[in-house]
Design a binder for this molecule. Structure first.
Ligand SMILES: Cc1ncc(COP(=O)(O)O)c(C=O)c1O
Length: 409
């Protein structure tokens, strides 16, 4: 058996489609976000500005966050020591979960090693808790939710999945109507969709959930820290947080550290805590991570000006790109996608921005977005200045013209 040829063929296919991923070797420059240093394959180092970080507020370098992490290492050491059951529950984990429950105004919260794991573990476990459940999933839900729902189906729990067209309430209702009224239902969706930067009609989805007796599961990964009076997300901003049964979030984006969580009624949290393999059988996050995340949540939730500044920066960049005639999607959020529509061109633009202008934005290709909708996705933060934006727009115009010229040639 020649195994090598299978691996070669798998990679060759991705290369042929122009979506082979090359990771940029970057060192973030602590205290100078969004500045970083790019190391090339030959080992040369070049200063760059990062334009696509999901550390949306730059909290990953906030001195209070890094100090809290250093202090926790001095107090408790590097690792947590085990799973939550095997000595991996520390005061850092307990305090963090209390803060998360409080942020989302729920009676419980549970921390996972990442937002991906939180979605995967919770959705797959819900299917075991709710026999015969159908999970109604928005077609643009994140891979981590899809993976959890797929697992639910594999476990022969009788669980089903019904996919509704993105943000299409009529289609969702049609599917809900078709499901047997006596069986459990979960509506799983996101608040901010990270690639198109659009927002779900949360209140109307809650109305449908109420009408058809469904639980609601909302991924606020791209919204926590960024929307709502205290940064609990779009459900808080829209005044519907109480109507969401399970809120899922990350500690890695708006809060700038790492880890994921759910916040819900303490009974739901207890059931997931007791049954989800993705929670039970893995070492808990390091105390330093939990301490850093807690410090970040405290600052972010108490600083609404940060959220206002963030929105202003995104609006300013969108206006500048529009004025320059670049194909920016007019999103209602902080996410600024510039549509390219071709994987090879997308990669060429990204490479030229980095090599010629010291600007880093990664190409977004299939399977992250559908083929033909490849894009550059900019995420301006409160730390991106007007000057940086002027330089970005000029650089984009320059590389766009050069790439078009070379394509024509
Ligand atoms: C919508 C959504 N949910 C969940 C995740 C996973 O979060 P994490 O990066 O904390 O694993 C992501 C990651 O980008 C995401 O976009």
């Amino acid at each position: 058996m020649n195994y090598t040829q299978h691996f070669e063929a798998a990679v060759a296919k991705i290369r042929a489609e122009g979506r082979y991923r090359v990771f940029a070797d970057l060192r973030r420059d602590c205290g100078r976000f969004p500045h970083a240093v790019w190391r090339t394959e030959t080992g040369d180092e070049h200063p760059i500005i990062a334009w696509c970080s999901n550390d949306y507020l730059g909290m990953g370098q906030h001195p209070a966050v890094t100090e809290a992490m250093k202090r926790a290492i001095d107090e408790a050491g590097a690792g947590s020591g085990g799973t939550r059951n095997i000595s991996g529950t520390t005061k850092y984990h307990v305090d963090l979960e209390r803060a998360l429950a409080d942020l989302h105004e729920k009676s419980g919260a549970l921390v996972f090693t990442s937002g991906y794991v939180a979605n995967d573990a919770t959705l797959s476990t819900l299917a075991r808790i709710l026999p015969g459940v159908t999970i109604f999933s928005d077609e643009l839900n994140h891979a981590s939710m899809i993976e959890g729902m797929r697992k639910a189906r594999c476990e022969r729990t009788g669980a089903g999945m019904a996919v509704w067209r993105h943000n299409d309430l009529e289609h969702l209702e049609e599917l809900l109507q078709r499901a047997p009224s006596h069986l459990p239902k979960v509506i799983a969706f996101e608040s901010v969709y990270s690639m198109d930067g659009d927002i779900a009609p949360i209140e109307a989805i809650c109305d449908l959930a109420e009408k058809y007796g469904a639980l609601t599961y909302l991924d606020e990964v791209h919204a926590v820290g960024l929307y709502g009076g205290r940064g609990a997300g779009v459900a808080e901003r829209d005044g519907v947080m109480q109507r969401i049964d399970i809120i899922e979030g990350t500690l890695a984006k708006g809060f700038g550290v790492m880890g994921g969580y759910i916040a819900a009624d303490k009974l739901i949290v207890d059931a997931i805590r007791s049954m989800a393999p993705g929670f039970i059988f893995t070492t808990s996050i390091a105390p330093a991570i939990a301490a850093g995340a807690l410090a970040s949540i405290e600052i972010v939730s108490g600083t609404p000006e940060l959220r206002a500044h963030h929105q202003e920066r995104a609006a300013t960049l969108k206006a500048m790109l529009t004025e320059a005639g670049l194909p920016v999607l007019p999103t209602p959020t902080h996410i600024v996608p510039v549509m390219v529509g071709d994987p090879v061109r997308c990669k060429a633009l990204s490479d030229a921005l980095l090599a010629d202008h010291g600007i880093y934005v990664q190409p977004i290709n299939f399977p992250t977005v559908p083929r033909g909708t490849e894009r550059l996705r900019f995420t301006p933060t409160p730390l991106h200045t007007d000057e940086m934006m002027v330089a970005l727009v000029a650089a984009l115009k320059d590389v766009w013209a050069k790439v078009e010229m070379s394509e024509a040639a």
